[in-house]
Design a protein around this ligand. Structure first.
Ligand SMILES: NC(=O)c1ccc[n+]([C@@H]2O[C@H](COP(=O)([O-])OP(=O)(O)OC[C@H]3O[C@@H](n4cnc5c(N)ncnc54)[C@H](OP(=O)(O)O)[C@@H]3O)[C@@H](O)[C@H]2O)c1
Length: 312
């Protein structure tokens, strides 16, 4: 895969221009996501959109001086359903400039009050990876407290969120991780047990949370119980594994897609953290002008939880 840092430039861009119904937020902190690596590699974005400001989520200060969490999904204001079903939706940094900047313009309805119980850095970690994990587990999976879930990946942004949220919700949480240190970190975050990638599990699970793709898909199909569910929101190692359709139909496995979450999901996630006391694992906090260091670390897979960039 290409080096994401080859496409990175740090510099000045014009002030964001709010559209009608939009507002400008002064960014305090924003988290790094795998999405930013895809963008730097030119995946999911046309070259005609470059230069593009990265960053899908943030905490900032709105025009009234209040601290707000930025919801990064920009939907069609006239779409009658929620954002998840809006075919025209886009994520900050895909069409509109993202949050790795002093200021970002967003629709006013995309701002949620930051709960006082969460620090700026904690709240800035939630808008993409944690929101995705929340929707996978609590909206798309059909899991109920007491069920067993397998999370593929242990220390990544989405996987660490899945572990912490799943544990707090009363699921038995099993995890796969690539190294002993990562597996230990997953147990620290809340997993009941951590296994090597592809390992035979003690029993089949009710649902698998899949973001890894080709490297783990066959294992996910073997790990899920008949009638169980695989929720997939990403394919970091590639989107085209052998489908093994006979396993899907013979065992009546449901394969369910999931992408980001709605604004209402984000409000519920913020509330869940306040009520449960769960907090995101923060790998590191870096000033935005050291973005290259954070991007290099994420690309190397050398993280436990979220990398957050701060602006003073
Ligand atoms: N659809 C959506 O709305 C949405 C939202 C968020 C993310 N995503 C996608 O979901 C994926 C994960 O995002 P993220 O931000 O959590 O990325 P991340 O922080 O870079 O995490 C990557 C995860 O993948 C695992 N992994 C990578 N290579 C692997 C391999 N060869 N074998 C086994 N596991 C491997 C890592 O496992 P270890 O813990 O063992 O290192 C880690 O847990 C990305 O592809 C992203 O684009 C989609």
């Amino acid at each position: 895969m290409s080096d994401p840092l080859a496409a990175l430039a740090v510099g000045d861009r014009p002030e964001p221009e709010p559209l009608p119904g939009w507002t400008t937020v002064r960014v305090l902190a924003a988290s790094l996501n795998h999405h930013d690596l895809w963008t730097l590699r030119g995946v999911g974005i046309g070259k005609d959109r470059f230069p593009m400001i990265l960053g899908c989520d943030a905490v900032g200060v709105d025009e009234s001086g209040a601290e707000v969490v930025v919801y990064g999904v920009i939907g069609d204001p006239d779409w009658p359903g929620d954002e998840a079903s809006d075919p025209g939706r886009t994520l900050l940094s895909e069409r509109f400039p993202g949050t790795f900047a002093e200021r970002v313009a967003v629709p006013r309805r995309n701002l949620l009050a930051k709960p006082a119980e969460l620090s700026t850095v904690q709240a800035a970690s939630l808008g993409t990876a944690w929101l995705t994990a929340y929707r996978m587990l609590f909206v798309r999976s059909g899991l109920r407290p007491g069920d067993t879930v397998l999370v593929q990946g242990s220390t990544g942004g989405v996987s660490s969120a899945l572990i912490a949220l799943g544990r707090a919700a009363g699921y038995r949480v099993w995890v796969t991780g690539r190294t002993e240190a990562k597996r230990a970190a997953a147990v620290e975050i809340g997993a009941h047990q951590a296994f090597e990638v592809g390992a035979r599990l003690p029993a089949r699970v009710d649902a698998v949370m899949e973001t890894v793709g080709e490297a783990t898909w066959a294992h996910s199909l073997r790990a899920v119980r008949p009638g169980g569910t695989i929720v997939i929101s990403g394919a970091t190692t590639g989107p085209n594994p052998p489908a093994e359709l006979s396993r899907v139909f013979f065992r009546e496995v449901s394969v369910v897609g999931s992408t980001m979450g709605t604004r209402a999901d984000l409000a519920s996630l913020l509330s869940f953290l306040v009520i449960s006391g769960v907090r995101p694992a923060i790998d590191s906090t870096l000033p935005l002008d050291r973005a290259a260091d954070g991007i290099g670390k994420l690309a190397a897979g050398d993280i436990t939880g979220k990398i957050v960039f701060t602006l003073s």
